[in-house]
Design a protein around this ligand. Structure first.
Ligand code: BGC
Length: 492
C-alpha cells in the first residue's frame, strides 16, 4: 500500500470541471438548445466544408441535462470529490433579448462605461423575461450537487453567446454590415452585467463560489486574431477587433463582479456569500531557439498578450490598447477596478514559439511550433512543471489566491491520463508547500467526455468515457487514482 503523506491541507477543493454547452445536450430532443452562436457555428456548411469545425454536433453530446444525477453521483461517490465546477448557459436562461430592460449606465470622463445600475425594478423585469423551465432545471442540478456535499463553483460564461447577441456567420461573411457582433459591441457588456446580477440573485442561495468568464483571451484571440482554422467564431483575423473584444471582456468581468457582490447576499459555505473570480488560461511560452532574438521576442509577445494583458486590465485597471507594454494616462481606468477575489487557472501545456519577420508588427510576433514528442491527442506538449511555474508567476505578479479550474488530457486510448494527473498534482503540491503559493483547489477537466468545440467528439478528456450511442459512462484508469487522492486529500 502506498503511503499518502503529501497532504494538501484542510479545505482543499477536489473536483472536476465542465461547461453547459459541452455536456448538456444529447439525451433527447428536449435538451437541445439551439439559441447560441456555437450551435449555429458548429453546423454551418461552409465551416464544415473548410474544415474549420469537425461537423460533430453538440446535440449528440453526453446529455447532462437529463443525466445530471448520475453524473454528479460519479463525482461525489466514485471520485470522492468535494466540489464541482459547472456553468450556466446564458441562452437557456434568456433565449430572448434582455436589451429592452432598462438599466442606467455610468461613464467616466473619458467615456468608459464603468457601471450598470440594476435596481429591484430591473430585476423584476429580468425575472419575467427569464425562461423559468431552464431556471428550475438548473436549480435541480445545483440542489443535487449540494445534497451530495459538493461545493459548487458556478461559471457564468464559457465561450458561447446567445444568438440574439452574436450572429457568427453574418460577422464572418460581412462584418461591417452585421448587427449582432458579440463581444465587439459594448452593449454585450451591459447585457452581461444584467445576466450576472440575475444569476447571482437567482442561484445565490445555492452557490458561493462564482466565476464570471472562462478564458476570455481564447474568445478574443481564437475568434479575432489567429486564422479561421482556430475554429472559433466568428473566425476573423483583425488585430483591432481582437483588442476591442479583449477590452470588452475585461469590462464584462468588472461590471459583472460588482453586480454579483450586490445580488448574492446568501451564505451557504465558508466562501459566502459571494467569492467571485475569473478564469484564465496561461500557457508557458518559450523561445524555440533560445539564442535567436526573434524567437525570444515572439515568446515575450505571446506571454504578454495571452497571459498578462487581461489580468492587468481586470486587476489593475490597465487597458494597454496600443500594446506598448506601458500604461499611458488614458489607459488607466480606475473606475473599472472592481475586484477579483481569486484567479481560476486553466493549465494544459507549454508552447514553443518561433519569431517571424513578417509578423513583427502584429500582436503575436511569431508562430507556435508544433510539439513533436510527449503530446496529447490534440498535440499539446505534456509539461507538468509548467503548472508550478504558472501559479508561482501569477502569485508573484498579482498576489491573488488561485484555484486550478481546469487541467486535463485528450487521451482516447487511455494510456497517459493517470501519469498526467499524478505529475501535475505533484507540481501543484510543490508550489503550495515549497513555494507557499495559495492554491485552494484542483478541478480536473473533465468528468465525462464531451463536445470539444471545433474538434467535436473525437478528443476525449473525460475521466469517464462516454459511449455516445448508449450514453453509458465507463471509468478510465485514472478514476481509481484520482478517487484515492481525493479521499485522502493527499498524494501517494
Ligand atoms: C476550455 C474547455 C476545453 C478544454 C480542452 C479549455 O481551454 O475551457 O472548454 O474543452 O480547454 O480543450
Amino acid at each position: 500500500m502506498p503511503m499518502y503523506e503529501r497532504n494538501f491541507g484542510e479545505g482543499f477543493l477536489w473536483g472536476t470541471a465542465s461547461s453547459g454547452f459541452q455536456v448538456e445536450m444529447g439525451a433527447s430532443a428536449e435538451d437541445t438548445d439551439p439559441n447560441t452562436d456555437w450551435f449555429i457555428w458548429a453546423r454551418d456548411e461552409a465551416n464544415v466544408e473548410r474544415g474549420v469545425v469537425s461537423g460533430g454536433l453538440p446535440e449528440n453530446g453526453p446529455g447532462f441535462w437529463r443525466y445530471y444525477k448520475q453524473d454528479l453521483a460519479l463525482a461525489a461517490r466514485k471520485l470522492n470529490n468535494n466540489a464541482v465546477r459547472l456553468s450556466v448557459e446564458w441562452s437557456r436562461i434568456f433565449p430572448e433579448p434582455t436589451t429592452g430592460i432598462l438599466a442606467e449606465r455610468t461613464y467616466d470622463h473619458r467615456g468608459n462605461l464603468v457601471r450598470v445600475e440594476i435596481t429591484q425594478e430591473t430585476m423584476k423585469e429580468l425575472e419575467q423575461k427569464a425562461n423559468q423551465k431552464a431556471v428550475q432545471r438548473y436549480r435541480e442540478i445545483l440542489r443535487e450537487a449540494m445534497k451530495l456535499k459538493l461545493t459548487i463553483m458556478l461559471n457564468l460564461n464559457h465561450f458561447t453567446l446567445p444568438r440574439w447577441l452574436h450572429d457568427p456567420i453574418a460577422c464572418r461573411d460581412n462584418f461591417p454590415h452585421s448587427k449582432s457582433r458579440g463581444w465587439i459591441d459594448s452593449s454585450t457588456v451591459v447585457e452581461f452585467a444584467k445576466y450576472a446580477a440575475f444569476i447571482a440573485y437567482t442561484f445565490g442561495d445555492l452557490v458561493d463560489v462564482w466565476t464570471t468568464l472562462n478564458e476570455p483571451m481564447v474568445v478574443s484571440i481564437q475568434g479575432y486574431l489567429v486564422e479561421p482554422s482556430a475554429g472559433f467564431p466568428p473566425g476573423l483575423n483583425d488585430p483591432d477587433l481582437c483588442l476591442q473584444a479583449s477590452r470588452n471582456l475585461a469590462m464584462a468581468h468588472a461590471l459583472a463582479y460588482e453586480q454579483m457582490k450586490k445580488w448574492d447576499t446568501k451564505t451557504v459555505s465558508k466562501f459566502g456569500p459571494a467569492y467571485v473570480g475569473v478564469i484564465v488560461n496561461p500557457q508557458v511560452y518559450e523561445a524555440y531557439r533560445k539564442d535567436v532574438e526573434e524567437d525570444v521576442e515572439a515568446a515575450r509577445s505571446y506571454n504578454y498578450f495571452w497571459n498578462e494583458w487581461y489580468l492587468n486590465a481586470v486587476i489593475h485597471g490597465e487597458y494597454d490598447m496600443n500594446l506598448d507594454m506601458k500604461v499611458e494616462q488614458g489607459e488607466q481606468v480606475q473606475g473599472l477596478i472592481k475586484g477579483c477575489d481569486f484567479i481560476g487557472v486553466n493549465y494544459y501545456n507549454r508552447v514553443m514559439v518561433k519569431g517571424e519577420k513578417t509578423m513583427k508588427d502584429s500582436i503575436l510576433k511569431g508562430v507556435r511550433v508544433p510539439a513533436e514528442r510527449n503530446v496529447t491527442d490534440v498535440g499539446w506538449e505534456i509539461y507538468p512543471r509548467g503548472l508550478m511555474q504558472i501559479v508561482n508567476w501569477i502569485y508573484q505578479k498579482y498576489r491573488r489566491p488561485m484555484i486550478v479550474t481546469e487541467n486535463g488530457i485528450a487521451d482516447a486510448r487511455d494510456k497517459k491520463r493517470s501519469k498526467f494527473l499524478l505529475r501535475h498534482l505533484e507540481q501543484l503540491y510543490n508550489a503550495i508547500t515549497r513555494e507557499k503559493v495559495p492554491v485552494g483547489g484542483y478541478f480536473h477537466w473533465s468528468l465525462t467526455d464531451n463536445f470539444e468545440w471545433a474538434k467535436g467528439f473525437s478528443k476525449r478528456f473525460g475521466l469517464f468515457r462516454v459511449d455516445y450511442q448508449s450514453k453509458e459512462r465507463h471509468p478510465t484508469r485514472a478514476v481509481q487514482l484520482y478517487s484515492d487522492i481525493c479521499s485522502r486529500n493527499a498524494l501517494p
